[in-house]
Design a protein around this ligand. Sequence first.
Ligand code: GLN
Length: 293
Amino acid sequence: MKAIKLISIVLAVVMCAMAFVSCGKTETKENDDKTTVDTADTTASADNADGKDEDKVLTMATNAAFPPYEFVENGDYAGIDVEIAKAIAEKLGMELEIIDTEFGSIIGGVQSGKYDMGMAGMTVTDERKESVDFTTSYATGIQSVIVKADSEYTDFMEFYSELDEEGTPVAVKEGITIGVQQDTTGDIYSSSDPSGWGFGKENVIRYKTGNDAVQALVAGKVTAVIIDNEPAKSYVEANEGLKILDGAYTDEEYAICVAKDNTDLLDSINSALEELIDDGVVAEIVEKYIPSK
Ligand code: GLN
């Protein structure tokens, strides 16, 4: 129920479209604005007699620390988003260029035209829709709550000390601290007031990466970490002594974002993406990384 309320506040599931470019022959790694281009083949530009290769390149900004959606494996980008983006790019006859940057700078970069699209397990929210457009949604996620395996807590509702007659939180228990990855929906929702199903800014500690937040939990610096469910599972597997509480803190839809005035790109991506969804390609890619059994 709580989750549903929160959802209504937050979600608005947009479905837009995406369609991107092609397979990553050229991959760009950018960390805090430092860009290195691992080269590529130049064939993609060969059919561009005017030499305007960039017309055929689709730049995707992501944060490659969000398994299984995007991560680095053996020096290459891998994950659900990476494979879907490659398939979109291929359909569009474009060359995919992946730029790894901080999650919080993706939307601004897309808005300013620095990147063609942002694809990073990105949740569609009303607030983000004011800055960028979203494609059709290609996956769903939930925000999960990770605590220490020996935690006394079994549900995030126990983090509240008081509810009103309608069951809406009024106050947070003394001493509760929530670790989040900054600028993510886990951060945005947790940082709202209890009346908005958050825990109050003052009780939220924002870390640069999800892993930093999880390490703070391991070290006993926070009571819980609120983060998307799939990365949550990876972190719990990788770190002993943690568990995920039952239930969802929120339900979310993931989509690709593009600049608001880039309707052509939005339409192209959407038609490619919708074909990939209809043909079962997206489901296959998801199944590869998140096996249903
Ligand atoms: N789904 C979350 C969001 O959109 C987290 C995404 C991420 O960390 N890559 O805010």
